[in-house]
Design a protein around this ligand. Structure first.
Ligand code: NOJ
Ligand code: NOJ
Length: 518
């Protein structure tokens, strides 16, 4: 017969609740103003590190050698400006609006710059990066990267939705429409992933494309652009359908359809936090941060970094230093600040929703995630006010804070955040002062503070029964079918059967032990 441990026993977890939370409090209080100042220092042309960049242009990092990041990436810039836009809309900083105007003006020009990916009408919008003087970068690179236009559209639509003046929105619409038309017509084509390495289909890219199209359809409707609205809605449904196909039934989201890796990758954590919509609750089809799939995925992603010396001796129920993916060799393959912070942010987002809805579900899918944090957890629905709800949310908060604790531990005294810290001793490495690292710190802090970003329309979406993979090519597949088309089958084989077996055993072990302890 099953029994539950009394709440006070559960709360005596080895996590040290108070320690983690006061460390995170102190670190965010110290680091947030530094992150904000250092982020702004990387935006041209007033930013101290970005005087050579045109107004509104975000440099990836001031580093000019080993690596040279003195370029502007569409992805990094959109994520950074989405952070700035959210802060402005939330009333956190009224001084940011001229900077946002500069970003918009710069993107309006950049969209038209012909580059190795094409002209504005032949694929140039998928170009990943430009020189900081806004000329094309013509060296060889992993191109195109189709997440860029989607992320930019999302940032600009979020901005448009906050504007009171219709003429300002109408003025923005042509830029937004260019990006959305690009996404609507190319989402089903091969892309380099956000790490610029694998050319295939990529979960992060599909997820942010879906969000952009969904938000774009709503804006188009509001502006009376009915034909655009119809196109975006149709392709949003198709991308949502395709999005489901990345799930590996062993318990995690596969990052890329190509690449020959396990598929466990920060790609998927970042997808979850950048498509967070509190109105969607713990919805699985849009992979919301508190969905059972996203929690189990987080569990497997984090555990895959037990290979880092830096994580040796850390109990598996405490924060690890995490990187892009375990097989990474870039700068010898290290933890990244922005990926470790993304894990914390996903958990803070989850807490926001559990607290709003006053309910938390432990499903058979999310069970291993919860069970490894709190012994004796049982599958069930727990309402706010119950001791189990209190214990589980406290444990998740402590767990989230412990990832921040890792970042705090490896942040130098001056508060600077590079791209990576070494897997051996945590020394900062690769690009210094990475703008995206600072944005990740700010968004994690906002999520911890309970910030609820504007809804983008993820609530109540249903996956069409039959997916249309390519409107032009008109191939169809059924996500619920037992046989999957070659491309998806290939993914299973490529991911390596042996590795999957090992992981499955670890997964089963946690379940069995936890059931026995129960
Ligand atoms: C390889 C890295 O893994 C990738 O992320 C990076 O963008 C390129 N090299 C260029 O530096
Ligand atoms: C390498 C990362 O893999 C990529 O995602 C990023 O856009 C660039 N560096 C610039 O920060």
């Amino acid at each position: 017969m099953r029994w539950s441990l009394p709440a006070f026993l559960l709360s005596l977890s080895p996590l040290g609740v108070l320690g983690q939370s006061s460390t995170a409090d102190a670190y965010f209080a110290f680091e947030s103003p530094i992150a904000k100042a250092n982020l702004l220092a990387n935006i041209g042309s007033d930013g101290a590190n970005a005087h050579n960049a045109k107004p509104g242009i975000v440099i990836a990092s001031p580093s000019t050698t080993d690596p040279n990041y003195m370029y502007t990436w569409t992805r990094d810039s959109a994520l950074v400006f989405h952070t700035i836009i959210d802060q402005y809309i939330a009333g956190q900083d009224d001084t940011l609006s001229p900077l946002i105007d500069n970003y918009i003006a710069a993107q309006r020009v950049l969209q038209q710059v012909s580059n190795p990916s094409g002209t504005v009408s032949t694929g140039g919008l998928g170009e990943p990066k430009f020189n900081v003087d806004m000329t094309a970068f013509t060296g060889s690179w992993g191109r195109p990267q189709r997440d860029g236009p989607a992320l930019r559209a999302t940032a600009l639509i979020t901005w448009a939705n906050s504007l009171k003046n219709a003429s300002q929105v109408n003025d923005l619409w042509p830029i937004i429409k260019l990006d959305l038309d690009y996404v609507a017509s190319t989402w089903n084509e091969t892309t380099f992933d956000l790490w610029e390495e694998v050319s295939s289909s990529s979960f992060f890219t599909t997820a942010v494309q879906h969000r952009a199209l969904r938000q774009g359809a709503a804006l188009a409707t509001a502006l009376g652009q009915t034909s655009s609205a119809l196109t975006y809605t149709t392709e949003a449904d198709n991308t949502l359908c395709f999005l489901q196909s990345y799930w590996n039934p062993l318990g995690y989201m596969t990052a890329n359809t190509g690449g020959g890796r396990s598929g466990k990758d920060a790609n998927t954590i970042l997808a979850s936090i950048h498509t967070f919509d509190a109105a969607a609750g713990c919805d699985t089809v849009t992979f919301q941060p508190c969905s059972d799939r996203a929690l189990l995925n987080l569990f497997f992603y984090v555990q895959s970094f037990d290979i880092y010396a830096l994580n040796t001796g850390i109990p598996s129920n405490q924060g690890y230093a995490t990187g892009r993916y375990a097989e990474d060799v870039y700068y010898s393959g290290n933890p990244w600040y922005l990926t470790t912070l993304a894990v914390a942010e996903q958990l803070y987002d989850a807490l926001i929703v559990w607290n709003i809805t006053g309910s938390l579900d432990v499903t058979p899918v999310s069970f291993p995630f919860f069970a490894h944090l709190v012994w004796g957890t049982r599958v069930g629905t727990y309402s706010a006010g119950s001791s189990t709800f209190a214990v589980l949310t406290a444990a998740v908060k402590t767990y989230a804070d412990s990832f921040v604790g890792v970042v705090a531990k490896y942040t130098p005294a001056d508060g600077s955040l590079a791209e990576q810290f070494t897997r051996t001793d945590g020394t900062p490495t690769s690009a210094r002062d990475l703008t995206w690292s600072y944005a990740a710190l700010l968004t994690a802090n906002d999520a911890r503070g309970g910030r609820v970003p504007p809804s983008w329309g993820a609530a109540g979406l249903e996956v069409p029964a039959v997916c249309v993979r390519a409107s032009a090519v008109s191939t169809t597949f059924n996500v619920n079918a037992t046989t999957v088309p070659g491309e998806y089958l290939h993914r299973w084989v490529a991911s390596g059967a042996a590795e999957l077996v090992v992981e499955y055993c670890a997964f089963a072990f946690v379940c069995v032990v936890s059931y026995l302890v129960e």
